[in-house]
Design a protein around this ligand. Structure first.
Ligand code: TXA
Ligand code: MG
Length: 323
């Protein structure tokens, strides 16, 4: 079976990966949220290769990563709210959807036909280092095959792509576990009022302290503006049952807070939502096994990061199928 090339998270690896990006290849790298599958965002063929590797529908646009806010300003038009959010949260787990500049030089494919680009300055030192050395914007969706749970460890990326076409050329930088563990919050600023397209690593409360009340995608009767939020996403193969306090025969319990004696997997035994977010995808990966008929998940409060955690769990629960 063809296997990707795993590299340690050191300077030599980052230099090798920066060259690979410049040569048009794909590189999987850690960010503080999840691992990304990156390529030169100005190179059509490389961006097309991301869609092919992930088997991602080409109507689903990609997030473009840059090293700093100046680089972001050269690609998209910033409004005042964008400036304020960038100042407050970058580098960090928020992506801003803004109008593309005509002279941005980005592949049209990153926008998948939209006139906007989702842009983010990641905080992870390895991601930052890669962006500086590659000296180009890097388009990077989560580094999983389409429809799978996002990767928070290098090994998840390896498992997802092992055996797929071109896997033997894929470089993966191993930066350990992603500290946030949930994808970035996606905020659309292209239509005037700030709209929440995807809850994520930075809570809506923190963002609303700057923007005022966020609009919700689709609440004005339009179709969702973030095509990736179609519900078939974030799915383990094993069915999920949510808001339950006990597993039935054959199921495994995924705990939160005080759990029944013998519970092996607990998102956070102290009920800490940041800890639960960081553990979520790794535990779903670990529990997605043939031996279980289902994963029973204890209730997670719908506050703070719990909103993004429940969002991912609901998507996983509606689309998981044992096949
Ligand atoms: O934390 C993250 O955001 C990670 C890391 C690698 O940065 N990336 C990530 O990318 O989660 P992806 O492709 O799995 O999710 C991107 C989301 C999708 O829901 C996509 O539809 C939305 O952002 N998106 C991207 N560009 C957009 C645009 N121009 N307008 C609206 N939504 C957009
Ligand atoms: Mg994804």
């Amino acid at each position: 079976m063809t296997t990707p090339i795993s590299l340690p998270g050191d300077e030599d690896s980052i230099e090798r990966c920066a060259r690979a990006i410049a040569d048009g290849s794909l590189v999987a790298f850690p960010t503080e949220t999840v691992y990304g599958l990156g390529a030169d965002a100005t190179n059509d063929e490389s961006v097309a290769a991301i869609y092919a590797a992930k088997d991602r529908p080409t109507f689903n646009p990609l997030i473009v990563h840059v090293a700093n806010v100046q680089a972001a300003r050269s690609l998209v038009y910033f409004c005042d709210q964008a400036e304020s959010l960038a100042q407050a949260f970058w580098p960090g787990a928020i992506s801003l959807v803004l109008p593309r500049r005509n002279d941005c030089g980005l592949s049209l494919l990153v926008s998948a036909g939209l006139e906007t680009v989702a842009i983010r300055v990641p905080a992870h030192p390895l991601a930052h280092n890669l962006l500086v050395r590659a000296a180009c914007p890097i388009a990077a969706p989560s580094a999983n095959r389409s429809g799978e749970v996002s990767p928070t460890k290098a090994d998840h990326v390896l498992q997802s792509f092992a055996g797929s076409d071109g896997a033997e050329r894929l470089l993966i930088v191993d930066g350990g576990s992603c500290p946030v563990g949930l994808e970035s919050t996606v905020i659309d600023l292209s239509g005037g009022d700030a709209t929440l397209l995807r809850p994520g690593g930075i809570t809506a409360e923190k963002i609303e302290a700057i923007t005022g009340k966020l609009g919700l995608a689709g609440s004005n009767g339009n179709t969702p503006k973030s095509p990736g939020m179609l519900s078939r996403h974030y799915a383990p193969k094993t069915p999920l049952r949510l808001n339950v306090t006990q597993a039935v025969e054959g199921e495994v319990l995924l705990g939160f807070g005080p759990a029944p004696i013998g519970t092996v997997f607990n998102l956070s035994s102290t009920g800490n939502l940041s800890e639960a977010a960081a553990n979520l995808f790794a535990m779903l990966h670990a529990l997605d096994q043939e031996i279980y008929t289902g994963i029973a998940v204890m209730p997670i409060p719908e506050i703070g990061l719990g909103i993004a955690i429940n969002d991912r769990l609901h998507r996983a629960a509606t689309s998981a199928k044992k096949m």
